[in-house]
Design a protein around this ligand. Structure first.
Ligand code: SF4
Length: 445
């Protein structure tokens, strides 16, 4: 069991200096005991206290890194069950299962398809994270050849999938610099797999069909000196897998149950792309660290990446764009000026509609603290005064020779006051962004 808040408090400097962001050392100690903050937030804690607080300082779910460099995949280190309690930190890695029995041509084609699963949404890049290579016929040389093709054709982190330690060992010789994930240690092979994990310093998947067996396997791996572990409960249907994932997360966070204090990998079972997407979405939401898919269709993968992106944003800090004037297309001093809020989803929706309308325009994004148009208006963050101030601040008058702005149809009520405040003619645009292209065409600018 971890230390109580009071026990932790006794080891802190007790100066109430607030550098950790909490009003007192006791408040910080309580949060540390609940594993909602990390010890490094207190800059004055002594080395001696650090040692004593080691277990309290450990995250409830260990951070595991697969690969290295800018494509490295970090999973785990989560602190809450529900996103609204704080936020989720490390987005589930999305991987793809390839087989060493595929021809060289098919493997290269698959890698090209995976490379293309890299999108931009609301100003952020969303992409897939992992290639898992499965050894299908226990042939080490075939596995190695397929692995070399993957190493040449992809920068993504890799997972080596085989129950045979000698095959994994040979594969590690050629891929150790990429810090691959080894899949998997079982009751039968854990000693040899533990040796490989330690000597090559790579994370290892502990795999068992029941939670009881998984607990015992993890304890055995810990006893062998393996700490970088990813959990797996094998192939199951969606309901069973969801139950496992939920129990593991609950036990790790609510009971500080160390054997389950690691991220979890889940493989989808269904061959049907839609069913597979439903499985993957479920696991991304609750609570997989990695989800490995079979299908690589962009229309199958993009919704999964979109849901992941939405889940892993900070619910207290909506995605925002900078409040400024944006130029869309080859603008001139005659181009129309549209006004909207700085909520990313709102801004990028307006931007893409302006682009598709092919009429170069300016978009002024007003600081609404990341709220959408109607919410910001209701919260008085998108008012005649704030819009007028923004027009002034971004210098729109220096960009155009006319004096007309277009506001969203939902806030038509602001027109009169905004004209008074800003001195600009206000035209009410469409309510929905989808109406922008035809609106701009009719406007004839
Ligand atoms: S930074 Fe450390 S010493 Fe200062 S209030 Fe926080 S816990 Fe106490």
């Amino acid at each position: 069991m971890g230390l109580s808040g009071l026990e932790i408090y006794k080891l802190l400097p007790k100066t109430n200096c607030k550098k950790c962001g909490f009003p007192t050392c006791l408040a910080f100690a309580m949060q540390l005991a609940a594993k909602k903050v990390s010890l490094d937030k207190c800059p004055d804690v002594t080395e001696e206290a650090k040692k004593a607080l080691e277990s309290a300082a450990q995250p409830p779910i260990k951070l595991i890194t697969i690969g290295k460099g800018e494509d490295a995949l970090e999973i785990g280190n989560e602190t809450v069950l529900f996103r609204h309690e704080e936020k989720f930190y490390h987005p589930a890695g999305i991987g793809f299962l390839l087989e060493d029995t595929s021809s060289e041509q098919d493997l290269r084609k698959a890698l090209e398809e995976i490379k293309k699963l890299d999108f931009e949404r609301v100003g952020q890049r969303i992409k897939v994270n992992l290639v898992a290579l499965s050894c299908k016929n226990n042939d080490a040389s075939k596995f190695e050849s397929a692995l070399k093709i993957i190493l040449e054709g992809s920068n993504l982190p890799i997972a080596l999938v085989s129950d045979e330690p000698s095959i994994i060992g040979k594969a590690l010789e050629v891929s150790k610099d990429k810090i691959p994930l080894i899949y998997r240690a079982t009751k039968a092979n854990f000693k040899e797999m533990a040796k490989l994990s330690k000597s090559f310093k790579v994370p290892l998947v502990a795999s068992a069909p029941t939670l009881e067996e998984l607990e015992s396997l993890v304890k055995n791996l810990n006893a062998e000196g393996v700490q970088d572990i990813v959990l797996d409960t094998g192939e199951k249907n969606i309901a069973e897998k969801l139950w496992d994932l939920t129990q593991i997360r609950r036990l790790a966070l609510k009971k500080a149950f160390r054997p389950f204090g690691y991220p979890v990998i889940a493989f989808t079972k269904s061959e049907d792309p839609l069913q597979e997407a439903a499985e993957a979405l479920t696991y991304v939401a609750k609570y997989a660290g990695i989800v490995v898919l079979k299908n690589r269709n962009p229309w199958n993968v993009l919704p999964i990446l979109t849901v992941r992106q939405n889940l892993y944003t900070d619910p207290q800090k909506p995605l925002q764009v900078e409040s400024k004037i944006y130029e869309i297309g080859k603008v001139s001093d005659k181009s129309p000026v549209l006004v909207t809020t700085n909520f990313s989803l709102t801004y990028y929706t307006v931007e893409s509609e302006v682009e598709s309308g092919k009429i170069p325009s300016y978009i002024v994004s007003c600081d609404s603290e990341g709220m959408s148009v109607l919410t910001a208006w209701a919260a008085e963050k998108f008012t005649a005064e704030t819009i007028a101030k923004t027009l002034e601040k971004v210098g729109v008058k220096d960009k155009v020779s006319h004096k007309e702005i277009i506001i969203p149809g939902y806030v038509a009520v602001l027109s009169g006051k905004l004209e008074e405040e800003s001195g600009w003619k206000v035209t009410v645009g469409p309510r929905e962004a989808s109406g922008i292209p035809s609106f701009l065409k009719k406007l004839g600018k």
